[in-house]
Ligand binder design. Structure first.
Ligand code: 3H9
Length: 688
């Protein structure tokens, strides 16, 4: 049984206990219906408190049921049954009342919550709209404008804001159960409230809906659900309750089966699985209560801010006093920028900075739990840092290198007790970007690897384990993307056409704009190093741009021209001339949007499959998380691997074969051909 019923004089307390998050499984829905019937029939009960055990109120429908046909009792009916109960129900909320959880609370006559609770309708984040009256009851309760905000953003609000909006009736101080019972005793004596479904929707100003549509459309681009959610709130404001419920349900069921919803569900479960990999179950991470960052440049300062934001006291180490001051100024600049954006107050910024100590003396790290090195990408410089750390740090201190391209095995040579060493690849800006690639060496101890994952949880980041190869998972795929983008230019496409196509595909920026923003020099530096090792990276046009110091926005021109003070890219005749020279003698073809996107995305999938074959990534979904959280791959496409799977792997192989025949991509690797054959992609934890 997931529901228990207790009596406290005339108040019945219905407690749901369905771990981990009290999701509304079919069994729970059924028991709720039975609870209403039982309490309706009990003359001694005057009011009912609905409360949850565990860490949260009902966090929504059970997302794992979404791939299957809906089973009765359906949630809209359950909510209606609670709303029509003979006794008033009071939802007593702690943790999160989300999606179907909030819809159940809207069926209750009253809602009370503790101050730390949050309430929201996050369905659009799963590619659907609320399906149990959320878009219909909410405008009746809090008005259309606030309902539109909640439903189209999917973002929850805290209890205080919820009270101000009229979403909850009161905030309970102290014990929720006792407070809710007192509240229920009070309202049991009052006249019965009109149910939300019977209330009218407040009028809106002329032009409100058109304005809302324009604003939502501009924000969501090609994501379908937010505009459908808006349409449902509008419909609910313009028609009667029953028709509005029918419209909402039809839209919900339609979207539930959509490609975008399947992609977003895939990401939802991948994100929740990532922080706790099965292979580390039972391994106890080290306790991290203090941390140091070596190097106060952009990356080091960002990492320091990320650690500090998670509440850790931070020591920032630089080589001399002047560099310490510069490093601290870099951290302060991060907090100043957050303040300017209104994200934190001066008091918070001051408090964060007061927890960052700058030093130029490694001796002070003798008792630090975690040290992250973020100095210049040079093997000798990094090794020198670890030599000093080896000498002063505690034997059980975790020592991490933040490197993007160097081999952590090589960096770790000479580290005393190398089992405490690992790679932590942050993405810039490190206090913002969610991705953390965790790179163990052969000698990294399981507890140290588990500490990397525990750290990610502490920082609110998405951790992905990566094996060692040039670029790990993300940057290795990025190299292929860039090479493909150049191949397109040499066969007839323009930078502007490639960038526009990739934006239309859903990326925030195309590959050339992105390089101009980040600077072409870093990749050029890496290509030089790769050539010294006998590799042959393909970047004929980028090499020529760097040779004439067209490094991107920072040098006034890169793949595009820029006017001083204007970041808008303008097609460059100089670049067009270089492309024409490099393309001379090559086959030219006409590129349309679809074929440009294929020539960029499908080779990514091919490289990613090699990454799986080589065990650089352990799980297909990890690759999707890397691309979504590190490189802006559209979440609603589920990541490149989900995209390829949904499209059909045999089609992916066929297109890659055609591109390869024209010399426009590498042929599909064996793993991809195998996956296309019958089995689909595999996870290494599948036991293959
Ligand atoms: C909806 O309600 C549609 C209705 O309008 C219409 C109905 C007709 N289902 O995140 P955590 C699992 S749509 C199934 O690490 P936290 C999760 O996979 C739904 N499972 O915990 C994980 O499993 P495991 C709208 C779920 O404390 C475990 O719970 N609701 C669901 O950091 C712990 O998750 C949402 O979108 C679910 N709904 O955060 C809410 N939710 O332990 C989504 C979680 O096996 N959920 N799991 O890895 C959340 O935002 C967070 O889970 C929450 C807790 C804030 C509640």
């Amino acid at each position: 049984m997931t529901i228990t019923i207790a009596r406290q004089t005339a108040i019945a307390v219905v407690t749901i206990d369905n771990p981990p998050v009290n999701a509304l499984s079919q069994a729970l829905r059924q028991e709720l219906v039975e609870a209403v019937a039982e309490l309706d029939a009990d003359a001694a009960v005057k009011a009912v408190v609905l409360i949850c055990a565990g860490r949260t109120f009902i966090a929504g429908a059970d997302v794992s049921e979404f791939g299957k046909p809906p089973q009765p009792p359906h949630l809209p009916d359950v909510v209606a049954i609670i709303e029509n109960a003979k006794k008033p129900w009071v939802a007593a909320i702690h943790g999160s009342a989300l999606g179907g959880g909030l819809e159940v609370a809207l069926g209750c006559a009253y809602r009370v919550a503790i101050a730390s609770a949050s309430l929201g309708l996050p369905e659009v984040k799963l590619g659907i709209i609320p399906g149990a009256g959320g878009t219909v009851r909410l405008p009746r309760l809090i008005g259309p404008a606030a309902a539109v905000d909640l439903v189209t953003s999917g973002s929850p609000v805290g209890a205080m804001k919820a009270q101000a909006l009229g979403l909850i009736d009161t905030v309970i101080d102290g014990d929720l159960r006792a407070g809710a019972i007192d509240f229920a005793n009070d309202i049991a004596e009052k006249p019965v409230l009109q149910p939300i479904s019977a209330r009218a929707v407040p009028e809106v100003d002329a032009g409100f809906w058109e304005g809302a549509e324009t604003a939502v459309a501009a924000k969501v681009k090609r994501e379908v659900a937010p505009l459908r959610a808006l349409a449902s709130v509008r419909n609910a404001s313009e028609t009667d309750f029953a028709s509005a419920m029918a419209f909402e349900r039809e839209t919900f069921l339609h979207l539930r089966g959509s490609e975008q919803a399947a992609a977003l569900r895939h990401v939802f479960f991948a994100e929740r699985a990532a922080p706790r990999p099965l292979e580390l179950a039972g391994v106890t991470p080290h306790d991290i209560r203090s941390a140091a960052v070596i190097g106060g440049g952009t990356m080091g300062a960002g990492i320091a801010a990320a650690l500090r934001d998670a509440g850790l006291p931070i020591v920032l180490v630089e080589r001399d006093k002047a560099a310490v001051e510069r490093g601290l100024a870099n951290v302060r600049a991060i907090y100043d920028a957050s303040m300017k954006r209104g994200r934190i107050t001066q008091a918070v910024a001051d408090e964060r900075m007061s927890g960052v100590t700058g030093i130029d003396d490694y001796e002070m790290l003798a008792d630090t739990d975690l040290v992250i090195e973020a100095v210049f990408e040079d093997l000798a410089v990094k090794r020198a840092v670890f030599e000093k750390l080896s000498a002063v740090c505690r034997r059980d201190a975790v020592l991490a290198t933040n490197t993007s391209y160097l081999d952590p095995e090589a960096i770790s040579e000479g580290v005393r007790h190398p089992e405490r060493f690992l790679g932590l690849h942050f993405f810039s800006p490190a206090h913002v970007m969610k991705l953390l690639e965790i790179v163990p060496t052969e000698e990294t101890a399981p507890e140290v690897l588990a500490t990397g994952f525990a750290l990610a949880r502490l920082l609110g980041k998405i951790p992905v384990r990566a094996g060692i190869c040039d670029g790990f998972i993300g940057n290795r795929i990025l190299k292929v993307t860039r090479a493909q983008a150049e191949r397109l230019l040499l066969s007839g496409a323009t930078p502007a056409a490639v960038d526009a196509t990739m934006r239309a595909f859903g990326l925030p920026m195309g590959p050339f704009e992105a390089q101009d923003l980040g600077g072409l020099d870093i990749a050029a530096f890496q290509r030089r190093a790769a050539r010294e090792h006998g590799e042959t990276p393909f970047a004929p046009v980028a090499d020529r741009l760097c040779a004439i110091e067209r490094f991107g926005q920072k040098s006034g021109g890169g793949w595009y021209d820029y006017q001083p003070g204007d970041r808008a890219p303008k097609p460059s005749e100089a670049v067009a001339a270089i492309i024409a020279e490099e393309a001379a003698g090559r086959l030219q073809r006409v590129w349309d949007e679809g074929s440009i996107a294929d020539a960029i995305i499908l080779p990514m999938v091919n490289e990613a499959t090699r990454i799986l074959e080589e065990r650089i990534a352990l799980r297909v979904a990890d690759i999707d998380l890397v691309k979504i959280h590190g490189y802006g791959f559209p979440r609603w496409r589920g990541g490149p691997m989900h995209y390829a799977d949904a499209r059909g792997l045999s089609d992916v192989v066929a297109v890659l074969d055609r591109l390869a025949a024209e010399g426009l991509a590498e042929p599909p690797c064996d793993g991809l051909r195998r996956a296309a054959g019958e089995d689909g992609f595999w996870d290494l934890t599948d036991g293959r």
